[in-house]
Design a protein around this ligand. Sequence first.
Ligand code: FPP
Length: 229
Amino acid sequence: MSKYNIPHHVAIIMDGNGRWAKNRNLPRNNGHEEGLKTLSKITPKVFDAGVKSLSVYAFSSENWYRPKNEIKHLMDLFEKAIESNFQYMVDNRIKFNLLGNIKKFPSSLQKKIKNLEEITKKNRDYNFYLAANYGSKEELIFAAETLRDSTSKITEKSFKNAFYAPHLPDVDLLIRTGGETRLSNFLLWQSAYAEIYFTKVLWPDFKPIHLKKALEFFSGKIRKFGKIN
Ligand code: FPP
């Protein structure tokens, strides 16, 4: 894939787990389990392609309105995901970053998240951002609240510095699976100039070939950032 112009930061809205399960008459939770398997397979492919930062939308601030049993299952899956990918992150010098407010998460999950962040904090080669209990509007309000009493002039830079993860780079390529064509409150500020790739493929069915197509889509774009050539 190295012949392509590679995005620095790829963000993924992993949609379609529920429909994948429904199509097979399985409970929605099975769809999330398959979704986790897909994430574990796709993550190394993203970094192998030369991408330096990967953000995935695992749980939005609106997902609390889902049935209790689905929320519990997702929390359990997050713990499982951290345990099973712990060594991979350490071995591959990937810095793990949590994006969002995890105070409402079970304390065992919070501990695992903080531990992985701590252990990988010096890693510089790659960044993995797990957006969990994340909402872009909340992040913008959080930044505004943080700066509310500041007497200095608010600039783009100082505003961004008050985000959950100030070092999160702008998104170059945003991929949304599952056929919907919306951003669903994910990285709204950071995606201001993102190239957006929508695919009907449901997340559990997303394979390296689909990633390749998304990267090809990106490499064909001329990015002007509002300017002319
Ligand atoms: C959206 O599909 C998916 C989610 C809300 C959860 C994403 C979780 C995973 C991919 C698995 C675990 C991931 C990590 C990082 C541990 P949906 O349920 O809205 O699907 P639907 O639109 O078909 O109903």
